[in-house]
Design a protein around this ligand. Structure first.
Ligand SMILES: Cc1cc2nc3c(=O)[nH]c(=O)nc-3n(C[C@H](O)[C@H](O)[C@H](O)COP(=O)(O)OP(=O)(O)OC[C@H]3O[C@@H](n4cnc5c(N)ncnc54)[C@H](O)[C@@H]3O)c2cc1C
Length: 401
């Protein structure tokens, strides 16, 4: 439908998760136009808390709020799902059969958890021994499983990048090990961690801390291994590297699945055809699409050349809002995102190793000059478990932080 030149710009945001609501709130507060968020889910989940739920340091109810309650005031929520985007026609097609025209589009659709990419994994997660912090129900299932375990073999897996704060796969491992150590049963539990990389994280200061902690808990780490298949009936998984394969038996499997951008992004040219992962092809600094100037993206589904995380979205939302404002005024986007991202490793039930870095892996502490945040600390536990959830619900989702 043609748009009156005097009417406020129609800004459509796909996805009402962390990124979509942060940017919607920010754009609305800046009075940049009529904002509509398209989001099919009725409940909003604060994903970082799922690691604490799985590890027994938070209740599941603390991670969930009705979508209607967290949508920023003044922003319209359309409960629907995008089927495809036609960027030439400035039109979004909806699963319900309707469509929505836009002047500016922000894609914030996150990553898709590809459980079925590993044969047998969905069946293993449906079995009593299958748990994961990457799904709220499976995280809630993990908590009593770890709490009551006194002996046996527990295998934790972490998928290759791209993954949503991928190293968060390790958080429940440390929380569970600390619990078992406190109970005096850690020696009776064999803990195996399967990593796709040759190091626990990839930043030397952080790896030093994680190696120390993994050694202290006696974790048997299988580096540079991918999970190839799982058999829920025999409770085994096959891991491998090149031609070498090994079968591990488990009593409990804590698995994190491979992750992909939603397929419809690549369907109509929003992704770079050469990008195997199918992310929205934005300039990683300005967050504006490389071929469609009225399309923007942030969060897990944007190709921003850094490890995706919720913490990365805060600076992205600021940059995108500034650049979209400049574009609406006929100017050139000048704000730049430097690739800041973060992973808080909960290495015990009271301490965190806080990894903050830029897109080159250089440490980038939020508190300038406090580089030693990457050491195990109590203060960063308080930030991760207590302060950040409050900031998320009250400031980040309203576009105020
Ligand atoms: C277990 C776990 C632990 C984590 N721990 C941390 C942590 O400690 N620190 C940290 O900084 N980050 C952490 N993260 C990462 C952080 O949660 C994500 O980076 C962040 O949620 C990404 O936000 P997003 O909006 O891009 O994606 P999401 O929050 O996934 O939101 C995407 C939204 O888009 C919607 N959507 C998808 N497709 C469509 C469609 N076709 N039409 C309409 N809507 C659609 C979805 O329903 C969803 O609501 C963790 C993530 C997980 C899973």
């Amino acid at each position: 439908m043609p748009h009156s030149p005097t009417a406020p710009p129609r800004i459509v945001v796909i996805g009402g998760g962390n990124a979509g609501l942060s940017i919607a709130g920010r754009l609305h507060r800046a009075r940049l136009g009529d904002i509509t968020v398209i989001e099919p889910r009725e409940t909003h989940v604060y994903a970082p808390l799922q690691s604490h739920i799985a590890g027994g340091t938070a209740r599941a109810s603390r991670a969930v709020r009705p979508q209607a309650d967290v949508t920023p005031p003044g922003v319209r929520w359309l409960r629907d799902e995008v089927f495809t985007v036609d960027p030439d026609a400035h039109r979004v097609h909806l699963v319900s059969g309707g469509h929505l025209d836009y002047d500016q589009l922000v894609v914030a659709a996150g990553l898709r958890l590809a459980w079925d990419a590993i044969p047998g994994l969905p069946e293993a997660m449906a079995a009593p021994e299958g748990v994961s912090n990457y799904d709220l129900a499976l995280a809630a299932k993990a908590s009593p499983t770890f709490r009551d375990l006194r002996s046996g073999t527990v295998v934790f897996t972490q998928p290759p990048e791209p993954a949503s704060c991928g190293a968060a796969a390790q958080k429940p491992l440390y929380l569970a090990c600390d619990w078992w150590r406190a109970l005096g049963v850690l020696d009776d539990i064999r803990v195996i961690l399967v990593l796709s990389d040759p190091v626990p994280f990839g930043i030397p200061d952080v790896d030093r801390e994680l190696h120390r902690v993994l050694d202290a808990y006696g974790v048997d780490v299988r580096y540079s291994r991918e999970v190839r298949s799982v058999d829920a009936t025999t409770r085994t998984l096959t891991i491998g590297h090149g031609d070498v394969e090994e079968t591990l038996a488990y009593d409990v499997l804590h698995a994190v699945p491979p992750q992909r951008a939603p397929e419809w992004i690549a369907g109509r040219g929003l992704a770079d055809p050469d990008d195997a992962h199918g992310f929205v092809d934005v300039d990683p600094e300005t967050l504006r699409h490389r071929r469609f100037p009225d399309v923007w993206s942030l969060g897990d589904s944007a190709r921003v050349a850094t490890r995706p995380s919720g913490g990365a979205i805060r600076p992205q939302a600021k940059v995108l809002a500034k650049n979209l404002r400049a574009a609406l005024r006929g100017g050139t986007p000048t704000a730049r995102y430097d690739g800041y991202s973060v992973v808080p490793f909960t290495v015990s039930r009271g301490t965190v190793v806080f990894a903050e870095f830029d897109r080159w892996g250089k440490p980038q502490p939020t508190i300038p000059f406090w580089r030693s945040l990457s050491r195990e600390r109590r203060s960063t536990w308080v930030a991760d478990r207590r302060i950040l959830p409050w900031v998320y619900w009250n400031l980040i989702l309203r576009g105020r932080a």
